[in-house]
Write a protein that binds this ligand. Structure first.
Ligand code: C2O
Ligand code: CU
Length: 448
C-alpha cells in the first residue's frame, strides 16, 4: 500500500510548530521503496488527499500504463479511491516517485519519496545514504507552507523557490562517519524548481551515475556540480577529513557555501585504509548508443517567461498574445503551442532513433525531462551519458538523441513545475510494431 495523506511533521527546528504536509504514508520523505534489480514493484495507491492524484515513477523505464501521468496514461485517482501500480524494475539505480497531478502543488506539499533499485552485486562501499534535497517555502513564523501554488511571478520567472532548504525533510543532517570510509551518496533533487549547486568538503568523490544510469568511467569531482529539479546523481565519496573534523556536502548559494549535510568524523580506531579509485557500476540493460547520423530529427523551440520574446502562441487552438496568455496565468510555449495537446512533438515507431534539437529562446534555465526513456546529449565531442533530465541555461541550444524503444505516450516537459503547468509540456508517442505473421494480417491490424 502507498497512501497519500495529510500529515503534520517537524520540518522546521524544534522551537517551531509542525508543518502540515501531504506525504506518502504521511511521511516526509515518503516511504522508501527499495527493491532488487529485476523485482516487481506492486503498490496499491490509496488517495486520502482532498485532491485527485497519481504517482509517477521518475526515471524508471516501465510500461506506459503505469507511468502515472493524469490525463495521458491514466485518469487521476479521485479522493477516496485507489489505483494499482505494478511494474518491473529493470534498471538498478537511484530513482524517485512523486505526484503527477497538479504537481506544482502536490510535490511542493511533500508528495515524493526515493525509489532505489539495488544491483545484484552490492557495490564496494561501507555505507549507502539517500539524500533528498528540497527547498520549502514556509512562513517563517508559523512554519506553514505558502499556499499560493499558482503565483504568476513564480510561473513567469524561476519557479517556486523556497526559503527553507532541507535534506530528507530536515534542516540539519548529521551522519557520523569514520576516516577513509567510502559512502555511496544518492542525491535526489525533489524541489519544484531549485537548481542545486553542490560541492564536497573533506571528501574525495566520484560521480558514478546520473539519473540512475551508471557511467562507463566514473567522473572525479573536481569542483561544484549542478543538480536540477528531477535529476539524481550517485556519488562514491571517501572520507579524507580526519577524526574530529567534519566533512560536508556543500550547497553553494550565491557566493556562500552552506552545509547541506554534515558528516562528523569519529575515531579512527576501527578505520580502514583508503580504497583504490572506484570501478564503474555494472551497466543497466539496454543502454544502447543511438545511431545519430540516420536518426529522425525534430526541433523544439522553447519560448516565453518574463523578459522573453514570446509574441503570440496557441492556447487551446486559439492564437493569443503574450499579454492575453499572462492574463490566464500561462507563460510558456513549445514550438508556439502552450501546454499539452493531442498532437505529440514526435510520432515514432518502436526502435527508431530520434534526435531533438532544443533551443531555449528564454532567459531562464529549464530542466527538460523525458518520461519512459533515457536520452544522451549529442555534443561535438560525441554522445553524453544517459540521462532523463537535461539542464539547459537561458538562451542555450542543445541536442539529445534516444532510441524510442518503449511504446506509449510519453510526457516531455520542463521539470521546473511552475514552468510545466503554464505551458512547458508536450509529449512523444512511440507506436509498438505489432507482431504479424502475414501480409494480410498486417493490413488487417495496421494502426493509423
Ligand atoms: Cu519527475 Cu513528469 O516528472
Ligand atoms: Cu523551465
Amino acid at each position: 500500500l502507498l497512501t497519500a495523506r495529510v500529515a503534520d511533521v517537524q520540518l522546521a527546528p524544534a522551537n517551531y510548530p509542525k508543518t502540515q504536509i501531504w506525504g506518502y504514508d504521511g511521511q516526509m520523505p515518503g516511504t522508501l521503496i527499495r527493491v532488487q534489480q529485476g523485482d516487481r514493484i506492486q503498490r496499491r495507491f490509496i488517495n486520502e488527499l482532498p485532491q485527485a492524484s497519481t504517482v509517477h515513477w521518475h526515471g524508471l523505464r516501465i510500461d506506459n500504463t503505469m507511468d502515472g501521468v493524469a490525463g495521458l496514461t491514466q485518469d487521476a485517482v479521485p479522493p477516496g479511491e485507489t489505483f494499482d501500480y505494478e511494474f518491473t524494475a529493470h534498471d538498478a539505480g537511484t530513482f524517485w516517485y512523486h505526484a503527477h497531478t497538479r504537481s506544482m502543488e502536490q510535490v511542493a506539499r511533500g508528495l515524493y519519496g526515493a525509489l532505489i533499485v539495488d544491483e545484484a552485486e552490492p557495490a564496494d562501499t561501507d555505507r549507502d545514504e539517500i539524500l533528498i534535497l528540497d527547498d520549502w517555502r514556509l512562513d517563517p513564523e508559523t512554519a506553514q507552507l505558502d499556499s499560493d501554488f499558482n503565483a504568476p511571478h513564480d510561473r513567469s520567472h524561476s519557479g517556486r523557490l523556497g526559503n527553507f532548504v532541507a535534506t530528507n525533510g530536515s534542516l540539519e543532517t548529521n551522519l557520523p562517519v569514520k576516516p577513509n570510509e567510502r559512502l555511496r551518496l544518492r542525491l535526489i533533487n525533489a524541489s519544484n524548481a531549485k537548481i542545486f549547486q553542490l560541492a564536497l568538503s573533506g571528501f574525495e568523490g566520484w560521480i558514478m551515475a546520473y539519473d540512475g544510469m551508471p557511467l562507463d568511467v566514473p567522473e572525479k569531482v573536481e569542483g561544484p556540480f549542478l543538480l536540477a529539479s528531477g535529476q539524481r546523481v550517485d556519488l562514491f565519496v571517501d572520507v579524507t577529513a580526519i577524526t574530529g573534523e567534519v566533512a560536508h556536502l556543500v550547497r553553494i548559494d550565491g557566493e556562500e557555501g552552506i552545509s547541506q549535510a554534515a558528516f562528523p568524523v569519529g575515531s579512527s580506531e576501527s578505520s580502514a585504509s583508503r580504497r583504490n579509485t572506484p570501478t564503474p557500476l555494472p551497466p543497466n540493460p539496454n543502454m544502447s548508443v543511438p545511431e545519430v547520423d540516420t536518426a529522425r530529427r525534430f526541433d523544439l523551440k522553447m519560448e516565453g517567461g518574463a523578459m522573453g520574446g514570446l509574441q503570440t502562441a496557441m492556447l487551446d487552438g486559439k492564437e493569443m498574445s503574450f499579454r492575453e496568455l499572462a492574463a490566464v496565468n500561462q507563460f510558456w510555449s513549445f514550438n508556439g503551442v502552450v501546454g499539452l495537446t493531442d498532437t505529440p512533438l514526435a510520432q515514432l515507431s518502436s526502435g527508431e532513433t530520434a534526435r531533438v534539437s532544443i533551443q531555449n529562446d528564454s532567459v531562464f534555465p529549464h530542466a527538460m525531462h523525458l518520461h519512459g526513456m533515457h536520452f544522451r546529449e549529442v555534443t561535438e565531442g560525441g554522445l553524453g551519458p544517459m540521462r532523463d533530465t537535461l539542464l539547459m541555461g537561458g538562451g542555450e541550444s542543445r541536442e539529445i538523441a534516444f532510441v524510442a524503444d518503449n511504446p506509449g505516450k510519453w510526457l516531455f516537459h520542463c521539470h521546473m513545475l511552475e514552468h510545466a503547468a503554464p505551458g512547458m509540456t508536450t509529449s512523444l508517442s512511440t507506436r509498438s510494431i505489432l507482431p504479424v505473421c502475414s501480409r494480410s494480417a498486417r493490413i488487417a491490424v495496421a494502426p493509423e
